[in-house]
Design a protein. Structure first.
Length: 584
C-alpha cells in the first residue's frame, strides 16, 4: 500500500465528512425550528422519546448533533434530564440509518436494477439533480433539497474513494495479522472509541469500517468490538459541549456515556458467554458492509430495550457523578452557544427570548403608567430596574443574533434574524419611554403638581388605549400572527388622534387659566411618551407583516395600508372604545 493510497483514504474521509455535514445542514434548514419544537414538546413518555430521538437523528444523520442539542436544552432549562434520556437512546438507534445507506455499496449482481442500487452508479445522478436545484431554483426549500442531494453524493463518493484506497490492504499479510489483534474485545473497543473520538462521528467511523470490510479481510470477531467502541467514542462530542455548562447539561453528557459503556459491557459479555457455549461459526467469517449495519443496529436496539426500564437508575448515576453544587443566574440560559451548531434551533431560541424582552418592556410601561395614578419610590425603582433589564436583553440578544447571522441559514431563518434585530431596538425604546413616564410622575410628585379632574379623566382614557395597543402588539409578536399585527396600525392612529386632542384641550385650559405652565409641561411630556410608545408598537407590527410578506419597504407598506377601506373600518371601530369626557 503506497503513500498515495493513504492520500486517497484521507481524501475520501474528507469527502465523507463534508458530505455528511452538507446533507445534515440541508435537512436542518428544511426543518427550520421544527426540531426544537418537536423535542421541546416531549412528555415523560419514554417510548415516545426513543422514537422521536431515532427519527430526528435519522433525519439529520448525526447522533452527536442531537445529543449536543439535548445538552443545550437541559442547560437552558427547556427540558429535564429525565426527558432527554429516552431521546439519547433513540438517537443511538437513529444513527444506524447511515450504516444501512452505506451498506448499499456492497450490493452484488449484474442486472440493471441491482447495479442501479449501487451508490457509485446512482449518486452521480443525484449530484447532477442537486447542483441544478442549487444553481437554478429560487425557492429556499428546493435549494436545501439540492444541498441534501449534493451532500449525499459527496458522502457516497467519499465512501467509494475510501474503499478503493483500502483494496491493496487485502494483499498485505501483516494487515491480516493486525486485524487478529482486534479480536481482543478490550483492544477492539479502545480502537473503535479512539477513532470515533478523534473524528467525532460514529457514522463516519462506521463508514470507514464498512469501507475496510469491502477488502474481504475483516471478520465478525474483529468488527464487533470495534463497533461497540465506536458507540462509546461518539460520546466525546457531548462531553466537550458540556464543558462550562450547568449541572443538568453535564449530567446529560454523562448519561450518554454511561448508556453506551453499560450497553457495550452487557452486549460483549452476553456475546462471548454465548460464544463459549455455542461456539458461533460465523465469528471467523468475513463481515461485509451489510453485516456491520446489522451488528450496529442490533447493538443499539438491544441496548435500548435492556436499559430503557432503568432510566431512573441512569439518571441517579449521572447525578452522583455531577452532584448539586452550582447556582447561577440563568436569565439568558436559552441563548446557549451550543445551539449555534444547529442554527435553526438558535434562531427559534432567540425568538423566544425576544418575546420575553417584549413582555418585560410592556410590563415596564404598565408599571410606569401606574405611577401616574399612585406614585411611590419603590414603583419608580421597579420601572428603572425593568428598563435596565431590557437593556441587558438587547445587549445579550444582539450579540447572540450576530453570531447566529454568521452561520449558514435558510432564507426564512435569515429573515427572522433580521426581524429580531429590528425588534430589539423598538422594545428597548419602549422601555426608555417608560422611564420618561416614571420621571414625569416623580416630578409631579416632588413638586406637588396635581392634574385637574378633567385632565385625569382624559389620561385614564388614553392610558387604556396605550395598554390595549401594547397588549395587541405583545400578542401579535408572541403568536407571530399577521392578522393581529395588521390591527396595530389603525390602533396607533387612534392613539395619535387621542394625544392630539388632549394636547389641544390642554392648550385651551392654559388659555383659560385652568392649569399652570409647569403642570402643562409634565402633561405634555407624558403624552409625548405615549405617542412614541405607540409609534414603536406600529414599527413592531409592520416588521411582523414584512417578515411574512418578504416586504422590506416600511414606507411603501404604511402608504398602502393607511387610507384603505379596511384600515378606516378598523380605525372607526376602535375609536368608539375610547370616548373622552365632554368639554364644557
Amino acid at each position: 500500500m503506497s503513500i498515495f493510497s493513504f492520500f486517497q483514504l484521507f481524501g475520501g474521509l474528507a469527502f465523507f465528512l463534508y458530505g455528511m455535514e452538507i446533507m445534515g445542514s440541508g435537512l436542518e434548514k428544511m426543518s427550520g425550528g421544527k426540531l426544537e419544537r418537536i423535542l421541546e414538546n416531549l412528555t415523560s413518555n419514554r417510548i415516545k422519546g426513543v422514537l422521536l430521538g431515532a427519527a430526528v437523528t435519522a433525519v439529520i444523520q448525526s447522533s452527536s448533533a442531537v445529543t449536543v442539542m439535548l445538552v443545550g436544552f437541559v442547560n437552558s432549562g427547556i427540558m429535564q434530564l429525565s426527558q432527554v434520556i429516552g431521546v439519547i437512546m433513540g438517537a443511538n438507534m437513529g444513527t444506524t440509518a447511515t450504516a444501512w445507506i452505506l451498506s448499499l455499496a456492497g450490493i452484488q449482481g449484474d442486472s440493471f436494477f441491482v447495479q442501479l442500487l449501487k451508490p457509485v452508479n446512482f449518486s452521480p445522478i443525484i449530484a447532477v439533480i442537486g447542483i441544478i436545484l442549487i444553481m437554478f431554483a429560487k425557492d429556499g426549500k428546493k435549494q436545501s433539497i439540492g444541498s441534501i442531494m449534493i451532500g449525499f453524493a459527496l458522502l457516497m463518493f467519499g465512501m467509494e474513494t475510501m474503499s478503493t484506497s483500502m483494496e491493496p490492504l487485502a494483499e498485505m499479510e501483516g494487515f491480516a495479522n493486525l486485524l487478529l489483534m482486534f479480536k481482543n474485545p478490550i483492544f477492539g473497543v479502545l480502537v473503535g472509541a479512539i477513532l470515533t473520538g478523534i473524528i467525532q462521528s460514529s457514522s463516519a467511523s462506521v463508514g470507514i469500517l464498512q469501507a475496510l470490510s469491502l477488502t474481504g479481510v475483516v471478520s465478525y470477531g474483529a468488527a464487533i468490538p470495534i463497533i461497540m467502541g465506536q458507540n462509546i467514542g461518539t460520546c466525546v462530542t457531548a462531553l466537550i459541549s458540556a464543558i462550562g455548562a450547568n449541572k443538568g447539561a453535564k449530567r446529560t453528557a454523562f448519561v450518554h456515556l454511561y448508556f453506551n459503556i453499560i450497553g457495550t459491557i452487557l452486549f460483549l459479555t452476553l456475546f462471548y458467554v454465548l460464544n463459549a457455549i455455542f461456539h458461533f461459526t460465523f465469528i471467523d467469517s468475513t463481515i461485509n458492509a451489510v453485516g456491520i449495519a446489522v451488528v450496529h443496529t442490533t447493538f443499539n436496539v438491544l441496548s435500548t430495550l435492556v436499559l430503557l426500564p432503568f432510566v431512573k437508575q441512569l439518571e441517579m448515576l449521572a447525578c452522583k457523578t455531577v452532584p448539586d453544587k452550582e447556582s447561577k443566574d440563568d436569565t439568558f440560559k436559552l441563548l446557549d452557544e451550543r445551539f449555534l451548531q444547529t442554527p435553526a434551533v438558535a434562531v427559534e431560541q432567540s425568538r423566544t427570548v425576544t418575546v420575553e424582552m417584549g413582555s418585560l418592556s410592556v410590563d415596564t410601561v404598565k408599571k410606569a403608567m401606574g405611577l401616574l395614578v399612585n406614585y411611590s419610590e419603590a414603583g419608580a425603582e421597579e420601572v428603572i430596574e425593568g428598563e435596565n433589564q431590557v437593556d441587558l436583553y438587547e445587549d445579550q440578544l444582539g450579540t447572540y443574533l450576530v453570531k447566529v447571522s454568521s452561520k449558514d441559514l435558510a432564507i426564512k431563518d435569515s429573515h427572522t434574524v433580521a426581524e429580531l434585530l429590528n425588534l430589539l431596538g423598538n422594545f428597548e425604546r419602549i422601555s426608555d419611554h417608560a422611564v420618561n413616564i416614571a420621571e414625569a410622575a416623580q416630578e409631579a410628585n416632588n413638586k406637588g403638581i396635581k392634574f385637574s379632574k378633567k385632565a385625569r379623566e382624559e389620561l385614564t382614557v388614553v392610558m387604556k388605549a396605550l395598554t390595549d395597543i401594547l397588549d395587541l402588539t405583545q400578542s401579535a409578536f408572541k403568536a407571530n400572527n399577521k392578522e393581529l399585527a395588521k390591527k396595530i396600525e389603525p390602533m396607533e392612529e387612534v392613539m395619535d388622534d387621542l394625544c392630539r386632542e388632549l394636547k389641544n384641550r390642554h392648550v385651551a385650559r392654559l388659555q383659560a387659566g385652568e392649569c399652570t405652565i409647569e403642570t402643562g409641561f409634565v402633561f405634555l411630556d407624558i403624552l409625548t411618551s405615549f405617542e412614541r410608545i405607540s409609534d414603536h408598537c406600529s414599527n413592531v407590527g409592520v416588521c411582523l407583516i414584512q417578515a411574512q410578506d418578504d416586504n422590506h419597504d416600511v414606507h411603501e407598506y404604511t402608504g398602502e395600508v393607511k387610507g384603505g377601506p379596511e384600515f378606516i373600518r378598523q380605525y372607526n371601530e376602535m375609536l368608539k372604545s375610547y370616548t373622552l369626557p365632554a368639554v364644557k
